[in-house]
Design a protein around this ligand. Structure first.
Ligand code: IVH
Length: 667
């Protein structure tokens, strides 16, 4: 028995060492086959002798642990964030402030990794727990997911107890691969590496995190004195020796010029790094100096985060093409010579409408600058007039629908062109895709691609056909890529969608201007479809948030006989026509107030926060204006926080939000 226990320990160490050499040092010492052989041997032994299996065994790195909910972990030393600076003079001011305190600092410049911060604890050299930053004081226990991150050692090189902090991130290539797969499955794409990493770490089932191939850079040692360390740079080296992955680009510099050189260098190199960075972190190297400089209530006084400006890249506008949305709206799109902007390839960008193109003065063949708005959606910033050669072609707005050819119309006082043909195939398929989409009927497994297939095969032409799809079951199973099981699941999801609450159906119908939030407002107010259908424009106008255009759209939609027939038909098919959601709750903090949530809130996703705000009759919107009552600010908030401060709008930080939600019993 002792032999077995010993063999298991030996295998564990051997695999962990191989893992470290492969993932942290990028220097494999055994072949994949050998690794698999040892791993299988260990798995077999663990199955036979579970009493000897260690919690941190390399076999656990593939995931499989499922928790009910995240436990809280209190940070012994708070996890602070850093004050942002945006230009040279703010960096100079930082240096000057430190010099005025009588110091002659050396700095360490590091890359600001765009991920989420994590605290890792080890007891006697063995991995003990992993926690998110949370509100800085209390984070979430993500130990089960951290265990699946291959660069996090399960045992460090010295049998000491220690806490280290760093960033969990997803490499650009991993995101690209993940998104390619998601697109094949008709799932929504993850918008950037940070969101993808944060989403993966917030999973209860660790198999998902394991698949996501997360990675780490460790950059902070909260208790350096315990280990006789005197500079930050030594702390980085110490953590590296213990087996952590520390970023090789970190560098000591003497002065402001050194900082600026580092920033310039990585502004250039940024696009070539295999992971996303959003700036440079500058830290005073000497730890005694750090201690004397101390902290404000929110930040250390010895470090700053320089944030890169949104990256702009030049490319050629090779064409402008038009797409037709489900409401018939025509959108011009820029076709661009593919360029990499902030780590992903951009080939298209929306140009919104004719006026937008005319205002920017775009011609086909122009060189334009591209940026990612909010770091996500690509937009054309401006035309580079100095690059014009003279052979660029003037833009001309089309007069007919690119799909069905019927003449386009502009509605009164509006900038958009519309295809007015209700039977236009483009409008139709977009409408069907919208009907099954996540915020509408939410039919699981019904991606765009599938709808296109079924539409082209003639199985689905109109919304009610979705509910007759079972008639084609045998044909479907024979189609390439649709197995028996996936067809069954799809049919089941379709059947289940009949029980959705009214607002989903209302949103799914695609009535002009009714977004998911307005649909909810209407459903809650009128309770049944029948009730809503009989309302006049005047009655609808009495509702806060319903303006004249929307009221008219709703009245027009329900007075159209075809639409009435559609609803009748859906009712006959068994679709629920009642509001089943929760009635509004009230709270002084939320009711009737307008909110903007920005940045990453560590303890809850933004969708969930917005849902709670709305469940109290508050409104969540995406842009800050003078009408906004409160801006809720998480980590890495960006320009919305700046705007809120300019407009002097009250700001809630994570802690405040947490306290309010706690008081309301929402968490
Ligand atoms: S040091 C007290 N170093 O940026 C020191 N932070 O705005 C705490 N970050 O919350 C942080 N790369 O999530 C530090 N090299 C780096 C970093 C880094 C990314 C993140 C971290 C932190 C935020 C600060």
């Amino acid at each position: 028995m002792e032999d077995i226990k010993q063999r298991m320990e030996e295998l564990e160490q051997l695999l962990e060492e191989a893992n470290y050499n492969y993932y942290v040092l990028d220097n494999p010492t055994i072949t994949d086959q050998e690794f698999d052989k040892y791993l299988r041997e260990l798995e077999t032994l663990e199955e036979k002798y579970p009493e000897y299996a260690s919690l941190n065994s390399p076999t656990k790195r593939v995931g499989g642990m499922v928790i009910d909910k995240f436990q809280k972990i209190t940070h012994k030393i708070p996890m602070l964030s850093l004050p942002d600076v945006f230009n040279e003079s703010e960096i100079e001011a930082f240096d000057e402030r430190i010099r005025k305190s009588g110091f002659h600092p050396e700095y360490v410049c590091e890359l600001k990794i765009d991920g989420l911060s994590v605290s890792l604890r080890y007891e006697n050299g063995i991995f003990y727990s992993g926690a998110t930053r949370g509100n800085g004081t209390v984070g979430e226990d993500i130990t089960h997911n951290v265990r699946t991150i291959k660069t996090v050692p399960m045992r460090i090189k010295k049998p000491i107890s220690i806490e280290v902090r760093g960033e969990i991130y997803m490499a650009k290539e991993t995101l690209a691969r993940l998104n390619a797969k998601r697109s094949q499955n008709g799932q929504a794409l993850l918008q950037n590496c940070r969101n993808a990493a944060a989403g993966s770490i917030r999973q209860l089932d660790s198999s998902i995190a394991a698949e996501r191939n997360l990675d780490t850079w460790i950059y902070h040692l909260p208790n350096p004195l315990d280990y006789g360390i005197h500079t930050h740079y030594e702390a980085l080296e110490f953590m590296k020796e213990l087996g952590f992955k520390t970023n090789p680009e970190s560098r000591k510099v003497k002065d402001v010029q050194g900082i600026l050189d580092f920033i310039h260098e990585y502004t250039e190199k940024r696009g070539y790094l295999p992971y996303d960075i959003d700036g440079v972190v500058v830290k005073v190297n000497d730890l005694d100096m750090q201690r004397e400089l101390g902290y404000t209530s929110k930040y250390p006084r010895w470090a700053i985060a320089y944030k890169f400006p949104a990256e702009e890249v030049l490319t050629k506008l090779t064409d402008i093409i038009f797409t037709v949305g489900r409401t018939g709206r025509i959108t011009p799109n820029a076709v661009l010579d593919p360029v990499i902007v902030m780590g992903s390839t951009v080939k298209r960008a929306t140009l919104h409408n004719e006026d937008y193109i005319l205002e920017k003065g775009l011609k086909i063949g122009d060189t334009v600058s591209i940026r990612k708005a909010g770091d996500v959606i690509p937009e054309v910033v401006e035309v580079k007039l100095e690059r014009r050669l003279g052979n660029e072609k003037d833009f001309e707005m089309i007069q007919n629908c690119p799909i069905c050819g019927s003449p386009l119309k502009k509605k009164k006082d509006q900038v958009d062109h519309y295809c007015m043909n209700p039977n236009c195939p483009a409008r139709h398929i977009e409408g069907l895709i919208h009907f099954v989409s996540r915020h509408a009927m939410n039919i699981d497994g019904f991606g765009e691609k599938i709808m296109e297939d079924f539409f082209n095969l003639g199985f689905i032409k109109e919304i009610p056909d979705i509910y007759h799809l079972d008639v084609h079951k045998n044909d479907l199973i024979e189609l390439e890529g649709y197995g028996n099981k996936s067809v069954d699941n799809l049919l089941m999801a379709i059947e289940e969608s009949k029980n959705n609450s009214l607002e989903r159906l209302l949103f799914g119908l695609g009535i002009g201007g009714i977004g998911d939030k307005t649909a909810l407002l209407l459903a809650r107010k009128f309770q049944t479809m029948e009730n809503l259908m009989t309302k006049t424009k005047e009655e609808l106008l009495k509702i806060r948030d319903i303006g004249p255009i929307l009221a008219e759209n709703i009245e027009n939609y329900f007075s159209n006989v075809d639409n009435q027939a559609l609803i009748h038909n859906l009712k006959e098919l068994g679709l629920n026509m009642k509001f089943l959601g929760e009635e509004l709750k009230t709270s002084d903090d939320f009711t009737d107030k307008r909110f903007v949530v920005t940045g990453t809130i560590s303890f809850m996703g933004r969708d969930e926060i917005e849902r709670i705000i709305e469940s109290y009759g508050g409104k969540a919107s995406s842009s800050v204006s003078s009408k906004t009552d409160v801006v809720i600010v998480g980590e890495n908030p960006g320009s919305k926080e700046t705007k809120a401060r300019e407009l002097q709008i009250p700001i809630w930080d994570e802690e405040k939000l947490y306290t309010i939600l706690k008081e309301l019993g929402e968490i």
